[in-house]
Design a binder for this molecule. Structure first.
Ligand code: SAM
Length: 200
């Protein structure tokens, strides 16, 4: 799980985003296994680095950080506030950051090649459903490469502003793509608008 690293990278992107504008579509693919960090200043260039050996010192630092975190648990008040209405707080996040926070998920091409195989001209008819699409940093790179006339890609998020960002993007193509507001945890177990049972 590289969530921790990812959050750190995304934070850095956000800090840069004021001056640089949108990152979507600007990131080139890389080769998995060859992300060797040689210049300390490049540290934010990738979601994770390859061929990294942890030394005793790093293990110790990590353990200390975990201990430190346990000393400051999320206050009960905040826990309740955010857990009671997570969609609202994600929606505020997209109001503030628009499409400028996350980087395109370039590593998906390498780690989940099946997604990109589905976009080839000779691929079978296929439906991809992304739950929690955000501003489209997974959705758009797949859509952009698509040559499969029978691809359908659905993007759902419970934050209405995220879905608006996807729909209003000039990269959105309604011929293959569909975006909709939907909560995976909706208590009625409803499927998103436009998604039939057993269709994905
Ligand atoms: C870390 S963002 C990832 C966005 C996107 N997948 C990407 O690759 O950039 C996680 C997204 O999941 C959405 N999300 C979290 N819980 C959800 C739920 N129960 N139903 C639908 N969307 C959810 C959030 O609103 C947020 O946009």
């Amino acid at each position: 799980d590289n969530t921790g690293d990812q959050n750190a990278v995304e934070k850095s992107d956000f800090e840069k985003s004021d001056t640089e504008g949108s990152r979507i579509g600007r990131d080139l693919p890389f080769e998995f296994g060859k992300r060797n960090l040689t210049e300390e200043s490049d540290v934010w260039d990738h979601n994770a680095w390859d061929n990294v050996e942890w030394g005793e010192e790093q293990v110790q630092q990590a353990e200390e950080k975990i201990k430190e975190q346990f000393k400051h648990p999320v206050p009960e008040f905040d826990k309740k506030l955010y857990n009671e209405n997570p969609a609202r707080y994600w929606d505020i996040f997209y109001k503030n950051n628009k499409e400028n926070f996350f980087k395109d998920r370039k590593w998906l091409q390498i780690e989940f090649p099946i997604l990109y195989a589905s976009t080839r001209k000779d691929a079978e008819p296929v439906t991809i459903f992304e739950i929690g699409c955000g501003a489209g940093n997974t959705f758009f790179p797949i859509l952009k490469d698509n040559e499969n006339e029978n691809l359908r890609i659905i993007a759902a998020d419970f934050a209405p502003r995220a879905v608006e960002l996807v729909k209003n993007s000039e990269q959105f193509n309604p011929k293959y793509g569909h975006a909709t507001v939907w909560d995976l945890a909706n208590p009625d177990g409803n499927l998103p608008d436009g998604v039939e049972p057993h269709s994905v």
